[in-house]
Write a protein that binds this ligand. Structure first.
Ligand code: FNR
Length: 362
């Protein structure tokens, strides 16, 4: 049957993938309240469309950290993409570049920065987890730079892994034929079986729980790449991030996989945008599944959004073609939303084009 929206790939992925892989991709932390809320909160925002505006030409292009892209829809880092499809991150990289948008490669990719670069041209960011061994981090950042990655997305919400109960029950671990490719030569590429989640044990062993704002400064001493701080949910941390030299903020709750009962990202967005005061761009990820969601995020001040699960689910279903289809469906839906709201360019999307349940009455 024909796929007509992004969410439909989830059911196909569920049927195709081994349970351990599907559960890893789909799960949120603990009660999964935030997982539900990431989607549900979008339903609390309604449109105030403007009519009789000539929308025969619509421009969705934008610039992110100086790089021109075709639309404000980008790809978030998700780990272990070869568990979804043999071509994994290669397929995602090609699909992103065909769509004229940015792919963020996970530190925990099953393809290395060099391998992804070898798929051809494209604007790519590298997501960084900071390991206890800072030589490992410095080497990896240098390799990402050399491979042509244009920014570092520093994930700051994972001093420990969130409690994803399905992964604990499944004793989640990477299938033996896969490795964390970026760390293979560094002897950190294997994930052992544990009596709970193998990934949680890996994180406990390798990831630096002492990471703090001074390390954001340190990172700037080892790279000239701009740093996006991924995982901000408050005004307070937004102000500190800007002062610490962040080039941008990603409002993210890690797809609801870390701390449960944090708000949906779309509800935290406006607070962060206000605190950023236009000094750096603010992006959002979490629960974006429709072109209308993209529009709502931009109306609340985001400069762009990233998608996570839709990429792994469509990869599992159809490989590169699936990821291409996800990007083109979101693009078409977003264009339609702009047309039906009377917006011809991203800068014409304003706060007045939406009303939220938490707005006071006009
Ligand atoms: C993630 N996410 C993530 N984030 C990160 O910084 N590094 C990573 O390696 C991963 N890996 C990862 C795997 C899987 C399977 C998921 C679902 C998520 C979080 C990701 O970048 C992003 O924040 C969320 O996925 C966005 O929410 P949606 O679009 O999945 O709802």
């Amino acid at each position: 049957m024909e796929i007509t929206n992004v969410s439909e790939y989830q059911e196909i992925a569920k049927q195709k993938l081994p349970k351990m892989a599907y559960d890893y991709y789909a799960s949120g932390a603990e009660d999964q309240w935030t997982l539900h809320e990431n989607r549900f909160a979008f339903t609390k925002i309604l449109f105030r469309p403007r009519i009789l505006i000539d929308v025969s030409k619509i421009d969705m292009t934008t610039t992110v950290l100086g790089f021109k892209i075709s639309m404000p829809i980008m790809i978030a880092p998700t780990a272990f993409q070869k568990m979804a499809h043999p071509e994994g991150e290669y397929a995602t990289a090609r699909a992103a570049s065909a769509a004229g948008t940015i792919m963020t490669l996970s530190s925990w990719a099953t393809s290395s920065v060099e391998e992804v670069a070898s798929t051809g041209p494209g604007i790519r960011f590298f997501q960084l987890y900071v390991y206890k061994d800072r030589n490992v981090v410095a080497q990896l950042v240098r390799r990402a730079e050399r491979a042509g990655f244009k920014a570092i997305a520093l994930t700051v919400d994972t001093p420990k892994l969130g409690r994803r109960e399905a992964d604990i029950k499944n004793r989640f671990t990477l299938p033996p034929f896969l490795t964390l490719k970026n760390f293979e030569g560094l002897d950190l590429g294997k994930m052992d079986q544990a009596d709970d989640s193998g990934l949680a044990s890996y994180v406990a062993g390798q990831i630096d729980r002492s990471l703090s704002w001074k390390d954001v400064k340190w990172l700037q001493t080892i790279t000239t790449l701009p740093i996006l701080v991924k995982g901000v949910l408050t005004a307070e941390d937004t102000r500190i991030a800007v002062e610490a030299g962040a080039a941008g903020i990603i409002v993210s709750n890690h797809g609801a996989r870390q701390l449960d009962y944090v708000p949906a990202t779309i509800m935290a967005l406006e607070e962060v945008v206000k605190a950023a005061q236009g000094r750096v761009p603010v992006f959002l990820d979490g629960g974006v599944r429709r072109g209308t969601d993209v529009f709502k995020a931009l109306a609340l001040g985001a400069s762009g959004i990233f998608i996570g699960r839709p990429v792994v689910f469509s990869l599992a279903a159809e490989g590169e073609a699936g990821v291409r289809k996800v990007l083109s469906m979101l693009r078409d839906e977003f264009e339609l939303t702009m047309a039906l709201s009377g917006c011809r360019s991203l800068k014409e999307i304003t706060r007045d084009h939406i009303v939220t349940e938490w707005d006071s009455p006009h």
